[in-house]
Design a protein. Structure first.
Length: 109
């Protein structure tokens, strides 16, 4: 984890004006949910019911692997955790391939 307190803020308005055409600007104000997935695991209900304070659940990801950045449940990128003014953030390290992004959309349909 690194401190990004002096990192520039992403100015979405200028990015939209500079990079999108008029039709794409119509979509720019639609809210989406971005989340970061550290890892996952599969447990039986009995195992979940046995969890207590201090229990540790091992996830399927190594500590040095990049985290999945999801938008509305679809993988769009991978990144690493940073701190920004004392809060968690994520630095995008790689953008997911078109095939990976489309597979997430098709899976939900």
């Amino acid at each position: 984890m690194s401190d990004m307190s002096d990192a520039p803020n992403l100015d979405t308005a200028s990015a939209v004006d500079a990079g999108f055409g008029r039709n794409m600007r119509l979509l720019a104000d639609i809210p989406v949910r971005m989340s970061v997935e550290v890892g996952s695991t599969q447990l039986r209900l009995a195992e979940i019911m046995n969890l207590a304070e201090g229990s540790v659940v091992q996830l399927d990801r190594q500590a040095d692997e990049l985290l999945d950045i999801m938008v509305n449940g679809t993988l769009v990128a991978r990144g690493e955790v940073v701190t920004v003014n004392g809060r968690y953030g994520v630095r995008v390290v790689e953008i997911a391939s078109t095939e990976a992004r489309l597979a997430g959309i098709e899976r939900r349909a």
